[in-house]
Design a protein around this ligand. Structure first.
Ligand code: FMN
Length: 276
């Protein structure tokens, strides 16, 4: 994998919704394309295809709402499979983090974008397009609607560590070693749809088991034909795994539901220590 410091990118990334007129250098876009190709694949076994699209060639692509001045998009599609949404979340976020390492701004858009126009450009061919993101330089001043939105969802706020990660059972905050703590912290500060932070994790002797605390009332989970918050689980897996590589925490992502009695939580994936 092209060497970039994922932990730096995770810390640096924030959603950028207002873009400057400064064009993105072609070599940076080529570098993102090469990165995406070289690293194709994800632990969820999903068939993801990502691409860079320009509004000059696809004038109808865009996002409704708060995005201003975007001329280039990272977009992609995934074939239908059991863990398609998580796999897309993982690969898309990895590309976002790489773009961040190049000094570029991005913003996950899972909701309102011109799906038809992106479909025409990407030809998902039986698959679907879970999300897109502008790619560009952040404007010096954000727009007023963006500031109001960011304040509304509390964009910078995150739930405390002790509310998310547990040892053995809920209510028992995890006492993690330093490397594990860094990786979990990188999950905690990640982006999520409407900043709902639906990831929870419980550690037992087998590993760290990650769960989705789905918000059943969230329109994003029903409006678009897939559960948007499953993207957040893919992002969590991406942040944990890339951080583990940086910190030297050995292990790997596996799917072994330990069958813990956890009401209202959906099992997603496990980090098993000591396995690559
Ligand atoms: C799966 C997903 C979908 C999102 N969809 C949108 C969207 O449609 N429009 C938008 O403005 N922001 C969207 N966001 C951005 C979140 O609102 C943002 O990540 C969150 O508020 C945290 O702020 P931050 O990214 O600046 O850390 C989405 C984020 C994720 C992970």
């Amino acid at each position: 994998m092209a060497d970039f410091d994922a932990i730096e990118s995770i810390k640096k990334r924030t959603s950028v919704r207002t873009y400057s007129k400064r064009p993105v250098e072609e070599r940076k876009l080529e570098s993102i394309k090469a990165f995406v190709e070289e690293n194709a694949g994800n632990p969820f076994g999903a068939a993801v295809r990502l691409n860079i699209l320009h509004t000059r060639e696809n004038p109808r692509i865009g996002a409704y709402g708060l995005i201003r001045g975007a001329k280039v998009y990272l977009a992609g599609c995934v074939e239908k499979s059991e863990k398609d949404v998580e796999g897309f979340g993982y690969e898309f976020e990895r590309a976002i983090l790489y773009a961040t390492s190049l000094g570029l701004g991005t913003c996950w858009i899972g909701g309102l974008f011109t799906r038809g126009a992106f479909s025409t450009a990407l030809k998902p061919d039986g698959g679907f397009i879970p999300a897109v993101s502008p790619v560009g330089y952040a404007a010096e001043k954000t727009s007023l609607p963006e500031r109001i939105f960011a304040a509304g969802v509390g964009a910078r706020a995150r739930k405390p560590f002790a509310e998310l990660f547990f040892d053995g059972e809920f209510g028992n905050p995890i006492k993690a070693d330093e490397k594990t703590a860094v990786c979990l912290e990188m999950v905690r500060i990640g982006p999520s749809a409407s900043n709902k932070q639906p990831w929870r994790a419980v550690r037992n002797e087998k590993g760290i088991h990650f769960y989705l605390k789905e918000d059943k009332k969230y329109a994003g989970n029903t409006m678009f034909g897939f559960c948007m918050q499953r993207l957040d689980m893919g992002i969590a897996a991406c942040h944990f795994e890339l951080s583990a590589k940086r910190t030297g925490l050995s292990g790997g992502i596996v799917f072994e539901d330990p069958g813990l009695p956890l009401d209202g939580l959906n099992y997603s994936f496990t980090w098993r220590y000591g396995q690559r």
